[in-house]
Design a protein around this ligand. Structure first.
Ligand code: ADP
Length: 150
């Protein structure tokens, strides 16, 4: 038995499949959005994490807990922009659409986060194209387990 076979069916799948094969569509808010509107956006689109952009460029990320913390501080959430509470570049953990899924999963585990912004590198230009989340991983595992009937 080779080392690769020994790793198992799902592991092998995850080293072949690309992030773009199972990511969620792009969904982001502008850096000038208020914390209040960000919370509304989170509910409207049923998201767990918000990606923040400025001129279409990735500049920040906000989790549910970041929003809860802002709410506990009882500041005027209609006045505070998300830029005040977001985690910023260069601290944002991201991946590229052509990365293997296993690399993206390892980032989620290592950094103890729920999602990664997905970027595309094209002709030296980098753009934001999607989100890779724990839900994507759960769905992928479900599909693969069902296909294999194990
Ligand atoms: P929650 O806080 O709801 O449990 P996460 O575990 O995803 O959600 O987020 C924990 C912290 O990490 C938050 O402060 C958030 O801003 C930050 N964070 C979330 N995703 C990323 C990411 N991809 N890169 C860097 N920081 C992130």
């Amino acid at each position: 038995i080779t080392a690769k076979q020994n790793k198992g069916y799902i592991y092998n799948k995850c080293t072949v499949k690309k992030v773009k094969d199972c990511m969620s569509p792009q969904n982001s808010i502008n850096v000038k959005t208020s914390v209040y509107d960000a919370i509304i956006h989170l509910f409207n689109f049923d998201l767990g994490t918000l990606i923040v952009v400025e001129s279409e460029k990735l500049v920040g990320i906000i989790s549910r807990k970041d929003l809860l913390k802002a709410a506990l501080n009882r500041k005027n959430m209609e006045k505070i922009p998300v830029s005040m509470i977001m985690t910023r570049m260069p601290n944002i953990v991201h991946c590229f659409e052509d990365d293997n899924i296993i690399e993206a999963i390892e980032k989620l585990i290592k950094h103890e986060i729920d999602s990664l912004p997905v970027l595309r590198k094209e002709k030296g230009k980098i753009s934001l194209v999607g989100r890779f989340t724990k839900t994507n991983v759960t769905k992928l595992f479900y599909q693969e387990l069902k296909n294999k009937s194990i």
